[in-house]
Design a protein around this ligand. Structure first.
Ligand code: NAD
Length: 426
């Protein structure tokens, strides 16, 4: 295993609150708004039975945490992983509120998931888990209320099962419009062209804008990526297409480093598809976890789990730019140390917002019964990501704070403006 979950002094939700309070201090956010945004609005927990292939019945636990809907319907992914618990999903839901507000799409923040290892179940069993979970959530989700999407351990097929279950539980005349209860569906079932690669494409756009804005280039820049799932694989593909060189990759099976020819993402994808992971990829050298983190690269993209970049690992890292493809990969203590050492950190709420941006495009296309082509989706995504990058840089310079604080500030200023105008009713 390339990297275990690392023990940190606080829980993931506590980390999310620490980050929030720090940015709130920067703009002296009023206490009333702080108190509202410090905790999620709704916490839904469901326990539901599913019949296994053996005929036995297993009970699963699922979550849907709805953090804020002041800017629009709750929005966020559904994670299927053995580590899913209330604390993790609360943190992820909170980060979604900042992310949607930052890239200025009319959604709030939510996250959910099931505590399950999807790889341990047959396709029929997995379908049963997804459908019973959706049924158990009932009207806690809805096309104008709360809109799930894929996240770690879930994919487009699972989103289609979720959509189909919801649609078939709706009234006949609502079935078509209820397709947009979920985004990240297959294109055939109403998904947006370009949604599969959107998060990786967004990571690459943010890196391109940042690096070129500093008078440097991505061409020939050496990159290490942790995770080769949806986010890691597409980040590798898009960055390679822009001329960067992917030199190191790690996943749950191991790590690989090339000291010569850059790793070809297409060939690595074929290997991962055939064998289940990057381990033993024949075109690169096998590496240890420490060798991966200390790879001689310019750019680091954590695109797997949270809490991967801890204080202990900071001294290993050689990269000078980091784009957080994963949510919460860096602990606050590690961030402080990295920033003091000159690392430029493009925070998760900015760097991986491409997924929710194209999810929004999918929701709009469904609402208008349209299908946009890839150039249109990519262009709209680039504009939206670059605009967010510019706003973050503007706030960073104005307040002299970190890029993470600045990204939160852009989001919090938008939220505060709405609270100011709407007030608290009654
Ligand atoms: P995924 O399930 O497709 O891939 C996860 C990757 O992480 C796999 O390559 C897996 O091998 C690797 N991994 C798992 N355990 C590991 C370990 N112990 N050490 C090293 N690698 C390990 O998930 P994804 O959708 O790519 O999500 C990855 C991260 O990006 C998550 O933090 C997720 O919340 C975030 N994210 C995803 C999206 C999206 O659209 N899918 C959008 C925004 C953020």
């Amino acid at each position: 295993m390339a990297s275990e979950r690392v023990k940190t002094p606080r829980s993931l939700f506590e980390t999310a609150v620490v980050q929030f309070e720090r940015a709130a201090d920067v703009i002296s956010l009023p206490d009333q708004t702080r108190n509202i945004l410090r905790s999620p609005k709704n916490e839904v927990i469901v326990n539901f039975p599913v019949e296994m292939d053996s005929g036995e019945v297993e009970i699963f636990r699922g979550y849907r945490i709805q953090h804020s809907n002041i800017l629009g319907p709750f929005k966020g992914g559904m994670r299927f992983s053995p580590q899913v618990d209330l604390d993790e999903v609360k943190a992820l839901a909170t980060w979604m509120t900042w992310k949607t507000a930052l890239v200025n799409v009319p959604f709030g923040g939510a996250k959910g998931g099931v505590t399950v290892d999807p790889k341990s179940y047959s396709e029929r069993e997995l379908q049963g888990i997804v459908r019973r979970f959706t049924h158990a959530l009932g009207t806690n989700i809805g096309p104008e209320h709360d809109i799930p999407a894929p996240d770690m351990g879930s994919n487009a097929q699972m989103m289609v099962w979720m959509m189909d279950t919801y649609a078939n539980s709706s009234k006949e005349f609502d079935r078509h419009s209820s397709r947009r209860v979920v985004t990240g569906k297959t294109v055939e079932c109403g998904g947006s062209i370009g949604r599969d690669k959107a998060t990786g494409q967004g990571v690459a756009f943010v890196l391109q804008h940042h690096v070129e804005g500093q008078g440097r280039s991505l061409i020939g820049a050496k990159v290490a990526i942790q995770g080769f799932g949806n986010v890691g694989e597409h980040t590798a593909r898009v960055l390679s297409g822009m001329g960067a060189h992917v030199m190191a990759v790690a996943d749950h099976t191991g790590a690989i480093i090339s000291t010569g020819t850059p790793i070809d993402p297409e060939q690595l994808w074929a290997h991962v598809h055939d064998t289940g992971g990057v381990d033993a990829y024949p075109e690169a050298d096998v590496a240890t976890t420490d060798e991966f983190w200390s790879a001689d690269v310019d750019i680091l993209v954590p695109a797997a789990l949270e809490n991967q970049i801890t204080v202990d690992r900071v001294d290993l890292i050689n990269a000078h730019v980091m784009a957080e493809g994963a949510n919460g990969p860096t602990t606050p203590e590690a961030e402080e140390k990295l920033t003091a050492g000159g690392m430029e950190i493009l925070p998760d709420v900015l760097a991986n917002a491409g997924g929710v941006a194209v999810s929004y495009f999918e929701w709009v296309q469904n609402k208008m019964s349209q299908q946009w082509d890839l150039p249109k989706v990519d262009e709209k995504l680039r504009n939206l990501m670059w605009q967010a990058c510019d706003q973050v840089e503007d706030r960073r310079r104005y307040y002299g704070c970190t890029r993470r604080d600045a990204a939160y500030v852009v989001a919090l200023e938008r939220l505060q403006a709405v609270y100011d105008q709407r007030g608290i009713w009654p």
